[in-house]
Design a protein around this ligand. Structure first.
Ligand code: HEC
Length: 124
């Protein structure tokens, strides 16, 4: 029984590995997490401006760039605040584009951000 389990896990890992390959290498959460899709979407759509290590995102790497968004490792977002930011282009509406992701995808990104943001904020 154990041998069979181990084999199927290994097979799943191989399939998982071959399925990705576009900038998702930095994602640190497991593909079996419900938030994995959100992490992929974050990596594809938000990582240019925001740091969030669970998605392997490091922003522009230049904290003084005008488009640089807040470091989400240091801010604790709720699903509501993340969704608000996505729909309204941040809280000020000045720099972050609105509705980069919409509908189900926006909800998935918001769920991911809510769960994994604030890892360096202090009180987890
Ligand atoms: C072009 C750069 C850019 C992109 C792309 C971008 N953001 Fe932002 N974001 C910003 C900036 C700048 C701010 C801060 C100003 C503001 O709140 O209006 C911000 C603010 C936020 C905030 C609020 C942070 C806080 O608590 O103050 C959240 C949450 C957020 N972004 C999430 C996202 C998500 C999720 C995505 C991808 C769907 C994304 N951002 C894509 C630049 C960007």
């Amino acid at each position: 029984m154990r041998a069979i389990l181990t084999t199927s896990v290994a097979v799943a890992a191989v399939i998982g590995l071959s399925a990705c390959g576009f900038g998702e290498e930095g994602i640190t959460i497991s593909e079996s997490e419900p938030e994995y899709k959100g992490a992929q979407l974050f990596s594809a759509n938000c990582s240019g401006c925001h740091t969030l290590s669970a998605a392997g995102a490091e922003g522009t790497g230049n904290q003084s760039a005008r488009v640089q968004g807040p470091n989400l490792d240091e801010l604790e977002e709720t699903e509501k605040s993340a969704l608000f930011a996505i729909q309204n282009g941040g809280f000020s509406g000045a720099v972050m584009p609105q509705n980069i992701v919409v509908g189900d995808e926006a909800a998935e990104v918001a769920g991911f951000v809510a769960k994994y943001s604030g890892s360096e904020a202090g009180d987890e």
